[in-house]
Write a protein that binds this ligand. Structure first.
Ligand SMILES: [Mn+2]
Length: 324
């Protein structure tokens, strides 16, 4: 983040009265935690702030201070002096809930995904940052803001969840230094983890069914969540955020894929990898994307066809790797 960007943000915040915060569809801990930390400070500064996302808050983040003020909308009608878009490599990820060009005087794009399309009037994009929470914490320090214990808890949640509790390859010495600073500011790691990694009975029953359907083929492991399985267990999609890690953590698995049937011919596909296997490359073949070790896409095909299409690409990926 350059000094010019920090100066720019300082001036924008000074002159903006009505501010919109928004993150991606199916929001995660990084987008929610970062947005809540920002919202808390901006409200204290006397700004009118709306934090609006297309999709509802996952239950595990309801403990975060301010979470009850987050709104959901498929179509925002108001106008804003400033819009801050968190964690969206392209605007479609935001769910097309607003026309930023017409409804916001100025749009700031803050993200850490590679391949960000730089759609903002100001773009603060750093693919080396472990989380947007890391970027915003750095920005807040540069702006010399007071960070209270509630803001620290929100930012710690952002960084903890995006690094898989400091286990993923995006975790750097700097990430740990920032996390330590957040603990000093009052974030409570035990309390945060107890919420973020809590489960419920329908979700656990669904996990059990998912594991029974899991298949392993060499370094590739996958499973499915069909609409019937959701119905049988009563679980919601937001209960399934950590499911893929049960596949990824199997010793021999390098690429883990979870297929979630969200409609008759709509399948949401999540990819996770380790040992340098690049799932961003595979997700991009299906018009998705993300990071090397975490990516996703949506495939408009029946569940089994989506599975075979992705499996074909992963087999191709390994054949190509072998040939190299
Ligand atoms: Mn993130």
């Amino acid at each position: 983040m350059t000094d010019a960007q920090v100066k720019n943000i300082r001036e924008l915040l000074k002159k903006s009265k009505k501010i919109l915060l928004s993150t991606h569809i199916n929001p995660d801990g990084d987008g929610i935690g970062t947005g809540l930390a920002l919202m808390r400070k901006l409200l204290k500064m006397g700004k009118k702030v709306d934090f609006i996302n297309r999709d509802p808050l996952p239950e595990i983040y309801a403990f975060l201070p301010g979470s009850s003020q987050i709104k959901n909308s498929g179509k925002i009608t108001g106008t804003y002096d400033l819009a801050i878009v968190l964690e969206c490599p392209e605007l479609e990820r935001n769910g097309n809930i607003i026309d930023y060009k017409r409804q916001a005087v100025f749009t700031v794009n803050i993200d850490h995904h590679p391949g960000n399309t730089m759609y903002g009037n100001l773009n603060i994009v750093d693919p080396k940052a472990a989380a947007v929470g890391e970027q915003i914490f750095t920005l807040m320090k540069k702006l010399k803001w007071d960070i209270d214990a509630d803001m620290a808890a929100c930012l710690y949640t952002a960084i903890e969840t995006d690094t898989g509790s400091f286990r993923y390859s995006n975790t750097t010495p700097h990430t740990h230094i920032l996390a330590a600073e957040l603990l000093k500011l009052g974030a409570d790691p035990e309390e945060i983890s107890s919420h973020v990694y809590s489960t419920n009975v329908p979700g656990t029953r669904l996990l059990n069914m998912m594991l029974s359907k899991m298949r392993i083929e060499g370094k590739f492991g996958w499973s499915v969540l069909s609409r019937g399985m959701y119905k049988k267990t009563g679980a919601k999609e937001s209960d399934t955020d950590n499911f893929i890690n049960s596949i990824r953590s199997i010793r021999d698995v390098e690429i883990a894929v979870l297929f979630k049937e969200t409609g008759r011919s709509t399948v949401k596909v999540s990819f996770r990898s380790k040992n340098g296997a690049d799932v961003n490359v595979i997700a991009r073949k299906f018009n998705g994307g993300g990071h090397k070790h975490a990516a996703g896409c949506v495939i408009n095909l029946p569940l089994q066809k989506a599975v075979s299409g992705v499996a074909r690409e992963i087999r191709k990926y390994y054949r190509h790797k072998k040939a190299k």
